[in-house]
Ligand binder design. Structure first.
Ligand SMILES: Cc1ncc(COP(=O)(O)O)c(C=O)c1O
Length: 431
């Protein structure tokens, strides 16, 4: 029923966006598929954005959108956070690539340690790299080779577990466990425990459909992992925005190592891994460290001036722990309002998530596991995406929506109205 409608919706999208089509056709000559970030592409072609202001995006054809995607959580601050822009401009006017250490990096490190309860932290260029480094740390600390990850998990381009381990992943020895299934995960820890270097887990599957972890599941897995001599590594690249110290903290777990990314860089490339001194001090090459061996960690742009400065403003001035707590509540309220709109309609659409991160699903009830999330009606999800675009609301093709700091109450209310309108149209298809 919904599949029949998709072609028409794609054609209407193409008719409305001739400028984006032209950019797409040109881009395809030089980039395979016309993109360099797979998640941003979709049929018939992606929009080409030229401007952003607050939580509004403008495309090359002059359409304006309420930006409810927030760059997959990296855009928490919106498009005009002048405290970040001004500080980075000033820093870049002083120095660009110093090839040495500078004060902004230690400032950001202190802010991260204080905020998230870490002993030490190190910076990378992306969340992917942060996870790769966290894994290296665990392999070196334990002298073991196996890693437990979860079905539906995503930890970066080469750490992708939507349905088992992707064949293009980095060549680690992975054991893929079921998410939110404590007996299933414990059985695998029992089987592989003596070989496991780390268990790597998201507190909520982000890419996997905003499926939050049950607290008892996370706590049970973390306890069993440690009992087996493995490190518990939390991927909070997306979820550190929740509560005062991130979602793992709200679930009652202090990981051995946690990875970070996205919004903390204030719009610049960012990644970090931090945690207990016992493991992070494996990187201590200083004379004071007195270590007989250490891990070398390179990366030309690890401490780049733009990101280090931006991050210092994000955590030091913009996104305080109090604001993070309030923003989590605001996100929960918005998600409840979305659910109330969905409940008024016949179309089988649900919303899952936690705090300011959520996802629409072409499913009657919100998924609690990635297996359930994959059962959704993809045609219906595509109609939701294209239908919201037509109504001036930009979300992820897969349905992800993220409330940001720049959204006004009016914009959120408008987004709800547009969703209501779209669902009314989908209801007609069902009658
Ligand atoms: C949970 C999670 N981990 C890691 C990553 C990878 O981060 P990056 O895209 O900065 O490499 C992402 C990106 O979406 C993510 O959602």
């Amino acid at each position: 029923m919904f599949a029949d409608r998709v072609q028409r919706a794609r054609q209407q999208f193409a008719d409305r966006n001739p400028g984006s089509r032209r950019y797409y056709d040109e881009a395809r000559q030089f980039m395979p598929g016309g993109h360099t970030r797979t998640v941003l592409t979709h049929a018939p072609f992606p929009l080409n954005f030229v401007a952003g202001e607050g939580a509004t995006l403008t495309d090359v054809d002059g359409h304006q959108y309420i930006d409810l995607l927030g760059d997959y959580t990296a855009g928490l601050l919106g498009h005009s956070e002048h405290r970040v822009i001004d500080a980075v401009t000033a820093a870049l006017n002083t120095n660009v690539s110093v090839g040495g250490v500078h004060p902004a990096e230690a400032r950001l490190a202190r802010l991260m340690c204080e905020r998230f309860g870490l002993d030490r932290v190190r910076f990378t260029n992306s969340g992917t790299e942060a996870n790769l480094m966290a894994i290296s740390t665990a392999l070196m600390a334990t002298n073991r080779k196996k890693l437990m990850v979860f079905h539906g998990g995503y930890h970066g381009g080469v750490l992708y577990f939507a349905s088992g381990a992707a064949p293009w992943n980095a060549p680690y020895d992975f054991v893929v466990a079921p998410y939110n299934d404590l007996p299933g995960a414990l059985a695998l820890i029992e089987e592989h425990g003596s070989e496991l270097a780390a268990v790597v887990m998201e507190a909520m599957l982000g890419s996997g459909g905003c499926v939050p972890a049950d607290g008892y599941f996370v706590r049970g897995v973390a306890t069993a992992a440690r009992a087996a001599g493995a490190l518990f590594v939390a991927d909070e690249v997306m979820t550190s925005r929740h509560g005062r110290r991130g979602l793992m903290n709200l679930l009652g777990v202090q990981p051995d190592i946690t990875t970070y990314g996205k919004y903390i860089g204030g719009g610049f490339s960012f990644g970090a891994f931090g945690g207990s001194a016992e493991f992070l001090d494996l990187y201590d090459t200083s004379p004071e460290g007195g270590r007989s061996w250490s891990i070398s960690h390179a990366g030309t742009f690890n401490n780049n001036v733009a990101t280090m400065t931006a991050g210092g403003v994000v955590l030091g001035e913009v996104f305080s722990a109090d604001l993070a707590e309030a923003h989590t509540e605001r996100g929960n309220e918005f998600r409840e309002n979305v659910a109330a709109v969905l409940a008024r309609h016949k179309a089988p659409v649900s919303v899952s998530g936690f705090g300011s991160m959520m996802s629409l699903h072409g499913l009657r009830t919100a998924p609690t596991t990635p297996v359930e999330a994959m059962e959704r009606d993809n045609a219906l999800n595509e109609l939701l995406f294209l239908g919201l675009l037509e109504r001036g609301v930009y979300i992820a093709t897969r349905g992800m929506m993220n409330v940001g700091l720049a959204h006004t109450d009016e914009q959120l209310a408008t987004a709800l109205d547009r969703l209501d309108d779209l669902l009314g149209e989908l209801d007609e298809l069902m009658s």
